[in-house]
Design a protein around this ligand. Structure first.
Ligand SMILES: *[C@@H]1O[C@H](CO)[C@@H](O)[C@H](O)[C@H]1NC(C)=O
Ligand SMILES: *[C@@H]1O[C@H](CO)[C@@H](O)[C@H](O)[C@H]1NC(C)=O
Ligand SMILES: *[C@@H]1O[C@H](CO)[C@@H](O)[C@H](O)[C@H]1NC(C)=O
Ligand SMILES: *[C@@H]1O[C@H](CO)[C@@H](O)[C@H](O)[C@H]1NC(C)=O
Ligand SMILES: *[C@@H]1O[C@H](CO)[C@@H](O)[C@H](O)[C@H]1NC(C)=O
Length: 292
């Protein structure tokens, strides 16, 4: 339409680009943690951008996140391993430091596999939120067993449908061990458990909704780093959080970034009319070469 329109926007972009970039630093830091950890990974729309303390194996270097927060991105599924168990990541709330996860491999076509293992959590890293409750599942209750505070459901065990009982009241669950044998403890969302008990949710939906854990590490440590313009990371050799800054890693925040290094050799020269003219000419010359 207007042939001149494109070169002029082009020129403005180049100008903005030149003024906002520090070539010597950018080039030197091409492989620095600051650069490498600056690209959040997204593999599932619902989970969204994955940032520190999480990192995605195969897409980011391990020093971009905490070692216990390694995520796997397979297809459109995000998973995390905790205490040898694998979980689907349903949601990450960075603000509240809450991770919503659900057990993987519990589903077999339409019938649900009976959970067989107690959920275990590394309590130094995660704790259940108040929305998460321990449900106990009993598989060996005697025939004809009934109790008003238990909920019966069917699941698959060794290829056969089995009758199971769901108990939310933990003191009742402790009492029932003498009648029904040891139970399996599964964390569930309180709302999902309520839904199951009032018959508005099926048991597989309760498990699919997952449960919430709050991560307890790195509270606040990363915020200071990010606010100072750094990228949070983890130094694997010192097992400490690290703050990757444009020049080098620091332990908590970037000290120099608030006063960026001068563009011209001396800060005063930047404001002198002569230097602006020289700079303008240099930019125009680059503009010409770039457009060629
Ligand atoms: C649920 O069980 C886990 C592990 O057995 C325990 O650490 C946690 O405190 C329990 N949570 C509740 C709400 O009872
Ligand atoms: C939980 O079960 C115990 C033991 O059966 C019972 O005494 C208690 O009232 C129950 N709690 C609730 C909230 O139902
Ligand atoms: C699960 O935990 C309960 C209560 O903590 C215990 O009684 C039971 O033996 C455990 N079951 C398995 C399969 O580890
Ligand atoms: C069942 O419980 C859920 C969760 O507490 C609630 O939202 C829903 O309205 C309840 N439905 C019925 C039929 O009571
Ligand atoms: C990691 O920590 C070690 C020991 O404190 C230190 O020598 C090294 O420079 C740090 N590396 C990074 C990338 O921060």
């Amino acid at each position: 339409m207007h042939p001149k329109f494109f070169p002029s926007t082009h020129f403005i972009s180049i100008l903005i680009f030149l003024l906002s970039h520090h070539f010597p630093i950018s080039i030197r830091c091409e492989d620095s943690p600051y650069v490498k950890c600056n690209f959040p990974v997204q593999c599932d729309d619902e989970v969204g951008k994955i940032v520190y303390p999480f990192w995605v194996d195969g897409y980011q270097p391990d020093y971009c996140g905490h070692p216990a927060f390694k995520l796997d991105c397979m297809g459109f599924k995000v998973t995390i391993e905790m205490m040898h168990g694998k979980y689907d990541v349903i949601n990450i709330n960075y603000e509240a430091q809450i991770l919503t996860i659900a057990r993987v491999n519990e589903f077999f076509i339409k019938d649900i596999l009976c959970p067989e293992q107690n959920a275990t959590m590394d309590s130094t890293l995660f704790k259940y939120t108040s929305n998460t409750q321990n449900a106990t599942l009993f598989y060996k209750c005697p025939p004809g067993f009934e109790h008003p505070a238990t909920w019966k459901f069917i699941c698959l065990k060794f290829g056969a449908l089995d009758c199971a009982f769901f108990v939310l009241n933990t003191s009742l669950a402790t009492e029932l061990v003498s009648i029904c044998g040891a139970g399996v403890v599964v964390p569930v969302l309180a709302t999902a458990a309520q839904g199951f008990m009032n018959h508005s949710l099926a048991f597989d939906q309760v498990l699919k909704e997952g449960f919430e854990v709050k991560w307890t590490v790195e509270e606040g440590q990363c915020r200071g780093c990010a606010e100072s313009g750094g990228r949070c990371g983890y130094n694997l050799s010192s097992s400490q959080p690290s703050c990757y800054c444009p020049d080098k890693p620091y332990s908590t925040s970037c000290p120099t970034l608030k006063a960026p290094p001068p563009i011209a050799p001396t800060p005063t020269a930047l404001n002198s009319p002569k230097s602006s003219v020289v700079r303008e000419i240099q930019i125009r010359m680059m503009h010409v070469t770039l457009l060629k």
